[in-house]
Ligand binder design. Structure first.
Ligand code: UD1
Ligand code: CA
Length: 534
């Protein structure tokens, strides 16, 4: 679910809060600890790159400008940003050499020009920071009339962070980086989150005065705090209530840890919106997924990016939906579905594989061990067991027997199969595409259909049965099969006189000694199961 408000403009307008001039999201760093050919900020949690989460949270403030500072992997990151229709409009600034966070902020201002009003700075690798926290920071900044307001956190292990230095009276004095800190300063557990609100003019002016005379040889954005205070301006801070919000990701261990926290947040949000989630620990919900009320999610379910689920559905257990649409009242049981559309009250599973462009209309069914690709299943139509359906249109109310295969590929090209309304396909049929089975037609079980069938026609395409009575008694002497047959024949002989006169003996099972193969077939056999048309 999107963290951002769907109507971001109304927030600042509605509360009378001064608009935010810009949010600058720093994302130029290398991220070497990911050990990846992919830029760090494109690694995903909840189905979206960490940068996407950072930008969504920033966009929730409805800033006049949203700026992403790119450096390492900027071609890939830039491509992602321009391809993401679900991100708000933004500008990108390029930091060719990573000369420090202060230099990165200066690169952003070089693109935006001088900014007046409040400017926030956040990081592209801090994905759990919420819009509400940024609003609290901006509110404190405005209410206190600060030139700089720092978001701080108190952590059990402050290693690596900049330490918050306070006067005896508790006033924020400055920030000292780990590398530059003495042992007393290193003992401080209140740290800089790297998220700030600045007065735009103060920031612009102070960035021009940064020095790189520090252990890292970088231009530190953190030094703006000391510079502003030295100029006699007000600087302040707020603390996060939840330190996980300001945690950055540097390696894949942290990526998985924060992904779990984010997932718990998304599951909880769904639950509070009326979704029953039986096992939050084994339910994974991506950030852009929407789920209607009174839908039930069973354990082991993954609802991945681009999935939309209606209300009153049952999903899972052990089900993965990727970019699927599920309408109200549908159920999906122990299945893997990608790019499928599942209609109202349709049922899927268990053990069903729906592939891209599988479209199931209302009340239709895709049952056990059925694979469907690029096909439409009409309303009320059923594909209940063990079938492959590809490049096919199935009409309303059709029934596709167990083991039916649409042979859609000749090794070179794909071909279409059309199955009309209320068609009945007998079990274990192969429909060799291109082929059309018109409305109301029947296909006999076990057929290989290569020619079109007209409306209401019956197609049978299989060898005739040849039965040899008594073969087992002669050729499998002493076997358990022979013994069973012998016993059945003896029982039939004993009971025969009681049920019928000898001359009217039933021709099939009661006549084992007939030498010629029986050609008699019970006349009641359904045409699709027997071997001749009605
Ligand atoms: C920085 C802060 C530190 C704070 C910590 C919180 C400074 C000098 N230090 O630490 O006080 O506790 O964040 O995580 O700011 N980046 C660029 N260009 C650069 C350098 C960094 O875009 O030249 C980006 C990175 O991609 C990253 C963010 O800025 O998203 C922070 O960089 P990182 O190197 O992780 O932070 P530190 O300098 O270690
Ligand atoms: Ca970091």
């Amino acid at each position: 679910m999107l963290i951002t408000s769907s109507d971001p403009g109304s927030r600042s307008a509605g509360t009378g809060r001064a608009p935010i001039a810009a949010v600058i999201v720093l994302a130029a760093g290398a991220g070497t600890r990911m050990r990846s050919s992919r830029p760090k900020v494109l690694h995903e949690l909840a189905g979206k790159p960490m940068l996407w989460h950072a930008l969504q949270s920033a966009a929730g403030l409805a800033p006049q400008q949203l700026v992403a500072v790119l450096g390492h992997g900027r071609d890939q990151v830039g491509q992602f940003l321009s391809a993401s229709a679900d991100l708000p409009p933004m500008v990108t600034a390029v930091q060719d050499e990573q000369l420090g966070t202060g230099h990165a902020a200066a690169c952003a201002l070089a693109i935006t020009g001088n900014l007046s009003g409040t400017v926030l700075v956040t990081y592209g690798d801090v994905p759990l920071l919420q819009t509400a926290t940024l609003i609290a920071l901006a509110d404190e900044h405005a209410a206190s009339g600060n030139a700089v307001t720092v978001l701080t956190a108190t952590v059990s292990d402050p290693t690596g962070y900049g330490r918050i230095i306070r006067s005896a009276g508790g006033d924020l004095v400055g920030i000292v980086e780990q590398k530059d800190a003495d042992s007393d300063q290193r003992a401080i557990r209140e740290v800089n989150s790297g998220v700030y609100a600045f007065d735009g003019a103060v920031l612009t002016e102070a960035l021009g005065r940064l020095s790189d005379a520090n252990v890292a040889g970088e231009r530190y954005l953190t030094d703006v705090v000391g510079i502003a205070r030295g100029d006699g301006r007000r600087v302040g801070s707020i603390q996060t209530t939840d330190a996980v919000e300001t945690e950055g990701i540097n390696d894949r261990v942290q990526l998985a840890e924060l992904a779990k926290v984010l997932n718990a947040r998304l599951v909880r949000k769904a639950q509070l919106a009326g979704v029953t989630v039986h096992d939050p620990a084994t339910t994974w919900i991506h950030a852009d997924v929407t789920i209607g009320p009174d839908t039930e999610i069973l354990p082991g379910t993954q609802l991945q990016a681009g999935t939309t689920i209606g209300s009153g559905c049952s999903i899972g257990p052990d089900t993965t939906l990727i970019a699927c649409t599920v309408a109200d009242g549908a159920s999906v049981l122990r299945s893997h579905c990608h790019g499928a559309s599942i209609g109202p009250n349709a049922t899927v599973g268990p053990f069903t594989y729906l592939r891209p462009d599988a479209v199931l209309h209302e009340d239709s069914k895709a049952g056990a061990f059925v694979e469907i690709k690029k096909s439409t299943i009409g309303s009320g139509a059923k594909v209940p067991h063990l079938s492959y359906v590809g490049d096919t249109t199935i009409g309303v109310g059709a029934n596709i027997g167990a083991g039916t295969i649409t042979a859609n590929y000749d090794g070179d090209h794909k071909f279409a199969t059309v199955i009309g309304d209320h068609v009945f396909i007998g079990s274990d049929s192969t429909l060799v595409a291109p082929v059309t089975i018109a409305d109301g037609a029947y296909v006999a079980a076990g057929s290989t259909i290569t020619d079109d069938l007209g409306p209401g026609a019956l197609g049978i395409a299989r060898g005739r049965q040849h039965s040899v009575p008594g073969w087992v008694l002669r050729r499998r002497i002493g076997s358990k099969s022979a013994a069973s047959a012998q016993a059945a024949l003896a029982a039939a002989e004993v009971s025969l006189p009681a049920v019928a006169s000898p001359s009217a003996a039933a021709p099939s099972a009661a006549a084992p000694s007939t030498a010629a193969p029986s050609t008699a077939a019970p006349t009641t056999t359904a045409s699709t199961q027997g071997d001749r048309p009605a």
